[in-house]
Structures are given as structure tokens and as C-alpha cells.
Design a protein. Structure first.
Length: 139
């Protein structure tokens, strides 16, 4: 059964998160986030597989320490869905996540404050063809 939205969708540019189209009239995708420590790559992969079986199209994992970036390098090649790295404060973690092969970065505006650090992350993401999602936490 197809559900029709009563809300008009805003026209946006389509981009790809791995092999999942987002925006530009693409079907709405489901994203969820793991609650394991990303450094525990086996437990995180199990959660990713469980989320994919439950219908998640994209899964987000935190990348807040070097061990998490190392976990991402083991997770990304084995994941059944595209992986988004959730970055906290450290531009080096964004660069490490890109090196690990993530399909997208999620950054909070203002968490990476130095212009040269923002430029380094944006440049590396552009060169790798990786989109950046700017996410704002609010209640």
C-alpha cells in the first residue's frame, strides 16, 4: 500500500549516499543510528544488519575517537547499507572517517570552528565525492 503525503515536498537537488538517492524527488529513505561503540566493529555491524533487516536504507555511526575511525574502516566494506559518520568536534575524525570510506559525513554547524579545518574537511569530501549532511540538534 502506498501512502500519500499531505505535505508538499520541497524541490531539492538529488545526491547519492552510497547507492541511495536522497532528495530530488527520490523516495524518502529511512536512516537510523547505531548505539554501540563504533570501535567494537562486530557489535556495530550486527546492529547495522539488524537495522537493514528492519528497513533502514542508511545507517549512521559515531566517529568521536581514533578507535571509532578504525572501526569504520572495518565496518564500511562489510555493511549492507551506506554508512554516515557522525562527527563530534574534531575535524581529524572527519578526515579519518573519509579515509575509512564512509558514504557521508554528518557535522553539527559550529562544532568544527577553525576555517582552515572546515576547508580541509570540505575539500577532502569534495575530492572523494562524499556529501556532508549538516545536522542541528534541537528539542
Amino acid at each position: 500500500m502506498e501512502v500519500q503525503s499531505t505535505f508538499p515536498r520541497r524541490i531539492t537537488k538529488q545526491l547519492m549516499v552510497g547507492d541511495v538517492p536522497v532528495g530530488g524527488g527520490a523516495p524518502i529513505s529511512v536512516q537510523s543510528m547505531t548505539i554501540t561503540k563504533t570501535a567494537d566493529h562486530e557489535a556495530t555491524l550486527q546492529q547495522i544488519y539488524d537495522l537493514a533487516l528492519a528497513g533502514a536504507d542508511i545507517v549512521r555511526c559515531t566517529c568521536n575517537e581514533p578507535e571509532a575511525a578504525e572501526g569504520l574502516a572495518r565496518i564500511v566494506p562489510r555493511s549492507p547499507v551506506p554508512i554516515v559518520a557522525d562527527i563530534h568536534h574534531q575535524y581529524r575524525m572527519a578526515l579519518a572517517a573519509l579515509e575509512a570510506g564512509v558514504d557521508c559525513l554528518r557535522l553539527n554547524p559550529g562544532n568544527i570552528r577553525k576555517p582552515e579545518h572546515i576547508k580541509a574537511v570540505a575539500s577532502e569530501a569534495r575530492d572523494r565525492g562524499v556529501p556532508i549532511r549538516v545536522g542541528v540538534n534541537g528539542g
